[in-house]
Design a protein around this ligand. Structure first.
Ligand code: NAP
Length: 244
């Protein structure tokens, strides 16, 4: 028995690799590939997809996810750029239907461990900043991984450091703040995806770094999500929820 998978954004960098990975996995069957010009609702209906993996862009991901849920397919959302309010709205939609889905800011299992270790360190070291570096083609900032890491840190730390007001000679020099964690987003050729979480403490610092050098690093997580989402009854945020 196969799980029927449609890939939305199939012509993009992540979409193309996902199509190949699904084709190579014998528990999954690729039943559709959609691009910007396609009608997603119609494609889900015709293909009878159980699962839709979305790797598109920040401008369309919210509407895409609503369409996937309305069509009774399970959304697996890799696209970054969803706002917290939008995630809550999508979770409510799934809750009403007892319908499973996954929003995964990062499908790379090593990156998930980097987030988990950061969460652990935050209990001891509340002063922390995040530097995320991505290829120059990434269209949004900061990355979904950086936002998710900041949220995990904010929930885990026992003390929230008071942010000292400083004068920024250049506006934005101190980064952008998510839950009082400063995030600095770099966009450069020579990188694919890297994140460094830097904890400062009295007399030293702890740096937790993860780097992705090839997009195939995301595929074991995408396949795991496709296999497990059909049994879920809610929309979960973060693939770490599936890691025991
Ligand atoms: N969660 C993770 O682990 C992870 C890992 C890597 C990347 N990402 C995220 O995944 C997303 C895609 O990344 P990428 O590198 O593959 O980007 P990309 O190469 O720009 O691919 C995006 C593709 O989606 C298409 N598209 C845009 N809007 C669409 C719509 N409404 N319906 C169908 N297709 C649409 C684009 O078409 P056009 O060319 O016509 O615009 C393009 O082919 C980004 O948000 C990125 O940050 C997540």
């Amino acid at each position: 028995m196969f799980i029927r998978v449609l890939v939305n954004g199939a012509a993009g960098r992540m979409g193309r690799i996902t199509v190949n990975a699904v084709q190579q996995e014998n528990t999954l069957k690729l039943v559709g590939e959609t691009r910007r010009s396609d009608d997603l609702c119609k494609a889900i209906r015709i293909s009878n997809a159980d699962v839709v993996v979305d790797f598109t862009d920040a401008a369309s991901v919210f509407e895409n996810t609503k369409k996937i849920i309305a069509a009774n397919a399970h959304p697996i959302i890799g696209t970054s750029g969803l706002l917290s309010e939008q995630i809550k709205e999508l979770q409510q939609l799934c809750h009403e239907k007892q319908h499973g889905g996954i929003i995964a800011p990062n499908f790379c299992i090593a990156a998930l461990l980097m987030m988990r270790f950061s969460e652990q360190a935050a209990r001891y070291f509340p002063n922390v900043e995040i530097i995320e570096i991505h290829h120059e083609g990434k269209r949004d900032a900061p990355s979904g991984t950086a936002i998710k890491t900041a949220e995990l840190i904010a929930n885990a730390r026992k003390i929230t450091p008071t942010l000292k007001k400083i004068h920024e000679t250049l506006l934005g020099s101190r980064g952008a703040y998510k839950d009082q964690v400063s995030i600095h987003a770099l966009r450069l050729p020579g990188f694919l995806a890297q994140q460094e979480v830097i904890f400062g403490h009295l007399g030293g610092n702890l740096r937790i770094t993860h780097e992705t050098i090839d997009r195939h690093a995301f595929m074991p997580g995408v396949i795991l999500a496709c296999q497990q989402v059909v049994a879920l009854k809610e929309l979960i945020y973060g693939l770490d929820n599936l890691l025991v």
